[in-house]
Design a protein around this ligand. Sequence first.
Ligand SMILES: Nc1ncnc2c1ncn2[C@@H]1O[C@H](COP(=O)(O)OP(=O)(O)OP(=O)(O)O)[C@@H](O)[C@H]1O
Length: 499
Amino acid sequence: MDNRGPQAGRPVVIAKGVTKTYGRTRALAGVDLEVRAGEVLGLVGHNGAGKSTLMRVLAGLEGCDEGAVLVHGKEVSGEAGPRAADFRAVRMAYQETSLCPDLTIAENIWVSSRHCLPRVRWRRAAGDAVRRRLDEMFPGHGVSPRDRVEDLSIAQRQMVEITRASLVDRLDLLILDEPTESLGPDAARSLYDYVRRLTADGTAVLLISHRIREVLSVADRVAVLRDGAVTAERASAGLGEQDVLTLMGAHVAVPSDKERAAVSAGGPADGAVVAELRGATAPGLRDVSLRVGAGEVVGLAGLAGQGQQEVLERLWRPVRRDTKVRGTRAYVPGDRQRSGVLPLWSVAENLIVTAMRGLARQGLRRPAQERAAVGDWVERLAIRGGADAGITELSGGNQQKVIVARAFASTAELVLLDDPFRGVDVHTKTDLYGLIRQEAAQGRSVVWYSSENAEMAHCDRVYVFRAGRVVAELVGEEISEERIIAVSFAESDGEQSNE
Ligand SMILES: Nc1ncnc2c1ncn2[C@@H]1O[C@H](COP(=O)(O)OP(=O)(O)OP(=O)(O)O)[C@@H](O)[C@H]1O
């Protein structure tokens, strides 16, 4: 499977005046865009701007209503659809993985790449191909082609998804939709090393991401999509994060020192304790003690998989003597595909499901109150698509907003956040950080695991985890990205001897 790209700089795929409408939603409103051989083009824009829709149209997975898509100069929009031969060399790795959970990795590869695999002993051929490519792209990936997809972690599924997209006879354009949202830093670095090798061979790469700094460090050019149209295209050289945010029309409020000071001064460390772990030891946890005060935002930081999710699990299901939790709880999963959205329900139903009991009177639901609460949240978080849309009609980031709103719309005293802001745009994230602080000011407690250390700046107290232990407790102004990174990597003698 070699990648013979065309001459660098020549257009591989061109969109001309592309429009796409779903019911009343105009997802694309006349997009003009060119992706050239040998370049990485970054595509940025708010949740619901139309990025994923545009990618599906460019990959020939969906037709457009008006306008045209040209692949190597030939107009092919009329042939879009899963079998469109002209789009074969344009492949897409999805943000929500497209893998079948019940099948093994090798079987999934066969499903999507069978045209370039032998028909006899296909399972072994698919397994060998995917293993080779995984080794090349993500050294130390830790998966076997025989593993069933549903048993993989979210990061492993993402690695397989990206690998799957690259396994073809000929690859002219690789589209990566939020590829690193679920990957750790090492895997992200490996991916971009691979991207550089691909582009050096003439393949074009279209990278969609909400991580602007990352896009600027990888992409040669950046295009901004806003309300279904490309509103700016720039070379990345010389462009800063703030320039891109301005092009996106985002107003991003970085917390000022005064606000930070207010957070630490208001830290309710002396208030009532809502949840507590005392020397908790379990698979993945070693002698963990922590406490959460009323109205306190407590962060769980450190590298991924160091015990943070086990703590959330423990607080969600406090069955042992070493865990005490008072009051009701709500959980916001980070993996919306597996345990987040109820796919057959509308936005309103998904949002209100946990709050309806609190709104009911004598066991009877009160539709008017429910509608008002839903309307309020849809407006508060600017959920694009509206209350009556089916949840799966929403863009990924907007679905995530519904899941966050569901938890905060409930009367839960303790909200558990499992890295919930992956795939959410910068502007909305800032609104959600504000929401967490407002809710905490009203006495709600939050325990927040995040893989983005910068997010921990919005917490009152942060516990940094390493190998199942708390290795540091940072309070107020002690909380900084640098400090978290330093303690995440610091290895004490005691820890090493236990590993
Ligand atoms: N299958 C669909 N049915 C109905 N509406 C849809 C469908 N797919 C997308 N939309 C709508 O089209 C608009 C653009 O969605 P799209 O997923 O392309 O946005 P996006 O820029 O990728 O967002 P995100 O950053 O959140 O992933 C949204 O308003 C969305 O609700």
